[in-house]
Write a protein that binds this ligand. Sequence first.
Ligand code: M6R
Length: 615
Amino acid sequence: MCGIVGYIGNKQALPIILNGLKRLEYRGYDSSGVATYNGSTIVSCKSKGKINKLEKSIAKRKNLNGKLGIGHTRWATHGVPNDINAHPQFSNSNNLCLVHNGIIENYSSIKESLIKKGYEFHSETDTEVLVNLIEFVKEKENVKLGEAVQIALQKVVGAYAIAVIDNNKPDEIVVAKLGSPLCIGVGKEEHFIGSDATPFLEFTKKVIYLEDGELAVIRNHKSTIFRKTKDDTTFSPVINNLELSLDKIEKQGFDHYMLKEIYEQPKAIRDTLRGRIIAEKGVIKLSGLDDYIDKFLSAKKITIIACGTSWHSALVAEYMFEKIAKIPVEVEYASEFRYREPVIGKEDIVLAISQSGETADTLAAIKLAKEKGAFIYGICNVVGSSIARESDTGSYTHAGPEIGVASTKAFTTQMTVLYLMAVKLSKSKGIISEQIYRKYILEISRIDKKIHKILASNDIIKKVAKKIKGSKNCLYLGRGYNFPIALEGALKLKEISYIHAEGYPAAEMKHGPIALIDKNMPTIVIATNKINYDKIVSNIQEIKSRKGQIIAIVSKGDKEVKKIADYTIEVPDSIESITPFITVIPLQLLSYHIAVMLGKNVDQPRNLAKSVTVE
Ligand code: M6R
């Protein structure tokens, strides 16, 4: 995820663009850049880090004045965050200058063919490939910029929102979108561009939301919108009047980042899967794993290290790897592993999971494992992060920036990568048949729809939250795949509502925690039908006999638990290994609503930080 800003009109572009980029920093902040047409040529300034670093670099420059410009704040996908990979990217002739949000999936084949035609590349980005493709088309077809963009985009597979400017035609900005957001603010003899409307909210409330496959040529007085296909005619865009406050728009209408991120999960998982599965052909492509498959196949065991929520996804992975791929797994807290003198060596594989890729304990644990000769596979969300760089290979989760301190979409996308690994390894080991393999792929490809169904039960979950928000303690129980989900549910409640909560494997309850049960103690039980259902029903009976309150997460159509539980939340049915993706969602929403009802700072809970870079 990245942020795009642009301006064309009678004002100075630079301050508008910089202000706009700050508003879009939530979309990524590993590097940023601007380009303006200063009356004689397009000039740019780029910088690794947040916008304030870019501002410092700009302060040393004098030639960035001008009334047309584009800007970008980056969340790296292709290439580490640095000045060279930052946007804008220029074409070989230096005439075209482009900012991009999205991923060009077929960029390497386009790059190869452009190299054969004599093009040179300086960055690792897919964006530089796109700007050169547009230049190539423009010169070959001898067409205007808008048409060249139109033709070039027909050769592209992936997602994009782009803004392009041309040294030879400095009175227009061409924008286009597919999959990534882009809107145009319509002012008086001026136009604004943004990934959302926040960059120009103080200038105009009139906004055109570009639809997928549309392209616009924007000039001071007029913006002309085209469909993507060359033959299609232009049409008058619908101009919307914004009513939302700035604060709401930054969170895309959600009250908190956490809620936005919970709702983003279907899309985040699709992004994690993009280019990695072909459901109809039964293919899993995970380059980090494919390149080292023999190492994994000969490994006697895999050790997974992580902290917090990432540690919970590691526990889910233990079930996945052992049940699906029959590979023994040990899950370790990174903070314990690093000081435990672990017996680990050359033949060991260590999997490190981290959203931020900067967690100090996980990083130190990796370094220790490396010293001992282990092979490191990193699963991170933040591209170019320390853990990603320190690993021998790995997979990014592509969840997009997670701003809420409580991890939500990072968790489900980590599980997505781990699921793909387990299924791929199982097939490679010859453990599962082609038919079962395809079933696993099909199931994960449909998970987004199931999550959408749970999100639609938000009101029911909110009502349950109201009933238990006054509790001082809560117990979370689950079995099998749902045991780590019980831990994750308890962590979510603790960290944002400050209610004490504990997660347990359901059967462990009678070894101690059952002493806590009374009428004031709610127990959240994950009781979906595939995992030891009868045993869980007995556990629920044991709690009810002691007057405990039961909130049960049940599979759709459940009858038995419904008869005994105080409140039930239904989730769609699924195969066992998909269950954790489904059962965690109501627990995230439950914690969220309780914290909001208690008036807590959901996105920035006390004492916590998004990235724990100290021991
Ligand atoms: O960035 P990481 O995944 O390495 O972070 C690990 C934990 O600090 C993190 O999951 C933390 O527990 C979250 N606040 C939980 O919501």
